[in-house]
Design a protein around this ligand. Sequence first.
Ligand SMILES: [Zn+2]
Length: 370
Amino acid sequence: MKKILCNVILFIIFMPGWLTSDVIMKVSVLGIFKPVRVIVSTEKKEKYTIQAIWGETMEVNGKKQKEFILKDPQPLTVEIPDKITRQFPGQLQIYCSEGKLIIVNHIPMEDYLASVVHCEIGAAPAETLKAQAILCRTKALEFYQRNKKRKYYISDLTDGQVYKGLSHMNLSAREAVNLTRDEVMSFKGKLATVFFCSTCAGETSYPGFVWKKEIEYIVPVKCEYKGTPLCIDSPHFKTWTWSCPLEQISRVIPMGKFDHIDIIERDEFGRVSLLRFRNTWNMVLKTETFRIMVGRYFKDWGLLKSARFKVEIKDRKAFFTGQGLGHGVGLCQWGAKKLGELGYKYRSILGFYFPRLMITDYYSLKNEDE
Ligand SMILES: [Zn+2]
């Protein structure tokens, strides 16, 4: 009887498939390069050249193949000739779609997070890293729940989470992941949607303002300690400027020539949510949409750094002057670093930026995959 009870307890503790560490993430990697030729090699120097032909057709070492799957206990090296070489642990799956190769890395959740946490925040105090680990895990599981019937759940870009494989798996990030195993952010017993950004510049914003999408539990907070902004040490806190000829902006946004940029909506903190590009006709854009368009067009996310700006037009050139980096919603990473330095524990750091959320074990939530 005692033995049976013991086994039941052990089964509950190690309940298969319920722990986040059991989740295998499927991450689309290097898609930004739109690869048509990829060379995959193993530690034992086995080499596979994968070439997209057209549509869904591709060749592996000169032979037509629908899909390429490779698993090796050692990390696999992926090379996109003349562009990039990166190493990935776990399994690689490569297939062809619309003449481009899609590279998917299947990787255990905790290994994935050990890279993502470092890619997203870099060096930070241990407690700040733990807070970041919980946010990255929460976000990863949200994508997993939403896309688990698809070939991959999340991309390695900013619309997912930045992931650069093995080279960015850092020891302190891994420790933060291990020490917060299975912990996620929740609201009313469900996995929460969470956000983080580099530098809010004094006060965070909320989804209803930035994206016109209400999420009741993400609220603005003053990112300050004893009257001083917590993120004041960030290199992005000081004023930045970006100037660009109007002709060039009219190529970034899908409209012809325009003469004016109007700010339609600005919060009391100076953050702009809607812009109007005006000529004889108007185009209204969310600032965040415009920021993404600028980032993609110039392949540079450090130009229009945040939505907290003023804009002036002189001699058919727009001059943006602002503060901060990122959308400004959720946890401010530079603020969280400062809280970590001040001795705050990860629970307090998360509680500071997400006062309406709880930290919960993932397997105790009402998850959609049950
Ligand atoms: Zn801040």
